[in-house]
Ligand binder design. Sequence first.
Ligand SMILES: Cc1cc2nc3c(=O)[nH]c(=O)nc-3n(C[C@H](O)[C@H](O)[C@H](O)COP(=O)(O)OP(=O)(O)OC[C@H]3O[C@@H](n4cnc5c(N)ncnc54)[C@H](O)[C@@H]3O)c2cc1C
Length: 308
Amino acid sequence: MSHDFDVIVAGAGIAGLTAALTTARLGRKTMVLSGDVLGGQLMSIEKVDGYPGFPEGVPGYDLCPIAQEQAMNAGAEFSQTNIESLNADGDGWKVTTGEGDMTARAIIIATGAALKHLNVPGEEKFTGKGVSHCATCDGPLLRNKVAAVIGGGDSALQEALTLAQFAAKTIVINKAPELTGQQAYRQLVEENAKIEVRNGSTVQEILGDAAVSSLRVLNGGAASDVEVNGVFVYIGLQPEAAFLDGHLSRDSTGAVPTDGAMRTSLKGICAAGMVRVGAAGRAAASAGDGTAAAISVDRYLADGVWPV
Ligand SMILES: Cc1cc2nc3c(=O)[nH]c(=O)nc-3n(C[C@H](O)[C@H](O)[C@H](O)COP(=O)(O)OP(=O)(O)OC[C@H]3O[C@@H](n4cnc5c(N)ncnc54)[C@H](O)[C@@H]3O)c2cc1C
């Protein structure tokens, strides 16, 4: 049975871009559905640390367009649309997208994970009016003002360091009794006179009029209002794979189970990057997953064997 493509890659973060450049280099007709953000999470990160080849770090918004160009030069096609559903179609899969249906023998799911919301009053109302998920984008608007970062892991600490370049003061509001990010970030945060850490604190409400003006914070049973002009939320990630419902069971977090070669239990379907169970949460790991998924798909296209 003939299909529109050998491989459809859903997602164009570093996992999807790397998968696509690999399948295209292997001569497989490849379509990438980029979703809303071509480049994914890295596009809003000023300094991606720990990515091989860049000892000083690299801006994500520089890295991803290079990877996309590499994939396109190898022959991958791109469509800025979402995968909405997929269904078996002969020896392959039919994918329904915002731009219509398309078919492929194999699919690589690299739809990543979205930053979780706080789900407190005011969050939705003030999104875009002080509530943000992107310190690099919105930090410059907070010159001489006060920023709050919610969370205490790597992402929260990295973004607090970015915000401290702009804001007069950055307050890290962390639910846990201690910061959980890696030691290098914790040290930089602790040494930065413009950053204050409040552990054991939870945000109850985001307050303001036309824009954010304060946060109601609970600490040790006592609530107090903290004046801030911007709120940046980094409290974890939610895998993006609801379109698999009815086809593939996912774990309690919504992540997709795979074997070590990124194969799911559905013939011809791999998952790579932050969307899969056990993702390491770093850009190089997502890129590696993308490569492994591409190799698995290439082998499957050659021999039709799917050993899960
Ligand atoms: C604040 C922050 C700082 C970080 N800093 C670092 C760092 O310094 N070093 C490091 O190694 N890692 C860092 N990370 C982690 C890194 O960003 C991720 O590990 C990596 O970007 C994940 O890549 P991914 O391709 O798996 O997913 P994502 O980057 O989430 O990409 C997902 C892609 O899927 C697309 N998509 C979503 N839904 C659909 C759909 N239905 N159909 C089609 N496409 C869809 C999106 O548009 C996007 O293109 C950081 C993360 C955050 C949040």
